[in-house]
Ligand binder design. Structure first.
Ligand code: ZN
Length: 136
């Protein structure tokens, strides 16, 4: 398992990496490497047939899990459902959650944690098209 590293940063951005996702193992948190102020992002991989070793709940934050590869089962309190690559699961504060990878192979996911109800504007209500010369 590699550590999340800050690659470069400027006054208005920070670029970090958890390294290659293919073969990624364990859990890496990104907030400290980027200095994010609105959410915590973590990358996790569960080996085949394994779950997170504990259930947990959040007091004020919702979590959004994005399954990047593999498949498995997700449990929220007493409800269980299948997830697979491309699945996105929002979990409210105040409930227990866990996930398990299918026996066929590992499951890699991203979890974005942010204060429940904190999103005020997004995409077309918060963004605006700007004029800038591309340096790409
Ligand atoms: Zn959590």
């Amino acid at each position: 398992m590699s550590d999340t590293k800050t690659i470069n940063k400027g006054e208005k951005f920070a670029h970090a990496s958890v390294g290659r996702l293919r073969g990624f193992e364990g859990k890496q948190f990104v907030k400290d490497a980027t200095g994010a102020t609105s959410c915590e992002i973590s990358f996790g991989t569960l080996p085949a047939g394994e779950s997170v070793p504990f259930f947990h709940s959040h007091k004020a934050n919702e979590e959004n899990y994005v399954i990047l590869s593999g498949k498995g089962r997700f449990q929220v309190d007493d409800e269980v459902f299948d997830v697979e690559e491309g699945s996105v699961v929002r979990v409210s504060p105040g409930c227990d959650r866990n996930l398990r990878s299918a026996p066929e192979g590992p499951m890699t996911y991203i979890c974005v944690q942010a204060a429940d109800g904190s999103l005020k504007g997004y995409t077309m209500t918060d963004a605006e098209i700007t004029e800038r010369t591309s340096l790409l």
